[in-house]
Design a protein around this ligand. Sequence first.
Ligand code: DWN
Ligand code: SAH
Length: 407
Amino acid sequence: MYHCQICTHEIEPFISFGRMPIANGFLMPDQFSQEYFYNLIVGFCPECKMVQLLEFVDREKMFHEQYAFFSSTSSFMARHFGMFAEKVIQGFLAKVRDPFVVEIGSNDGILLENFSKRNIRHLGIEPSANVAEAAIRKGVKSICAFFDENIARQIVSESGHADAIIAANVMCHIPYLHSVAKGIKLLLKSGGIFIFEDPYLGDIVEKVAYDQIYDEHAFYFSLQSIHYLFSQYDLEVIHTELYNVHGGSMRYYISHKGSHAPSSSVMTQIDKENMLGLHQRKTYELFRKSVEKSKDQLKQLLLNLKNEKRRVVGYAATSKSTTVTNYCGITPDLLEYMSDTTPIKQGKYSPGAHIPVRPYEEFKANYPDYALLFGWNHAEEIMAKENEFCDNSGKWIVYVPKVKIIG
Ligand code: DWN
Ligand code: SAH
């Protein structure tokens, strides 16, 4: 029996992906025999509506000095975060004297560099030392730590309260969200704003984007579950916005209760969630059936292409690809290699499935017949730069929202 991380009610499991390795645990052959696995199972809490993992991997196994994801690998995301910073500055800092901005999970500084370039006082909290060092090299002030209540207290005593706390794609990574919410409560200035975004549960369900489910993503947020959590600390969701990044993300604006007037977006979004059925278990049962269908179709397509002796390569060794390859049983006989632009992944093998990861230059030098788009969330950016692949009769295989061939 498992209990909800947010409200302690019993969780209802609705999908199991079986044994899974660490999503970003790219490794060398001499490490195969000691590879770490855990059970990837997701459940729904009927009380607070939080969708969450049942088993968690120790944070030090995922976030360390060899973390494989560098945020700045996507130029579209760099632009997105430039606009995010602009909104924070114009909307909340313009009238503040010597404002102070804290980012949780600042990675290589992709968001905070927009503040440091304007000489705005800032601090990034980032536990993965190698990416934090990349940020520091860019002039982004960062400390290597996991954000929680204690770190928040330390920041207040050393630098004062924050006018804005920002976070992207990290809140859903933190199982101990109560400590984080307490930290936000004590770090945020009265009248300050906490803004964060994460992949949105509504999009995951609607698009059958099951590959967003992996060890690092402890939670799959809806507005209802976020509201439940923060209202316990007298913090209030005052506004929400949807963005077309990472497959559909929700940005939440949170303040001390009563300090900002809530916008109509909050009630509108709650109504939409009720229409989508995000508060009902049966929605997740249907999701499971769609996931199983997607898996069968993708596996069959790859088997057919193998029989036709076509060359198929994975495009972008994303964290998400670890769920797809392991769950669908995609082995090196079905996928020649995975192309990726990140040096730390190149020359290694994918977690669990042990598919070689090769530099992007190899893809360009010898185009395959098909590219399985593991970076489907960056499809616009990727397809725009891969005209030559298509001119050479190359075709894309996508699996979100449906398994299909493009080109
Ligand atoms: O939540 C998370 C998100 C924000 O980032 C983290 N838990 C980890 C990570 O997830 P991901 O690995 O699925 O992220 P992306 O951004 O979908 O994929 C990044 C990978 O794709 C990098 O290894 C670089 C690669 N890539 C590439 O090879 N060519 C990316 C692009 C845009 C490209 O053109
Ligand atoms: N914000 C970036 C990075 C997202 S990846 C972006 O949107 O691209 C998730 C990041 O959160 C990793 O860099 C990881 O090291 C960091 N992280 C994980 N747990 C954390 C915690 N408790 N506090 C702060 N950062 C954390």
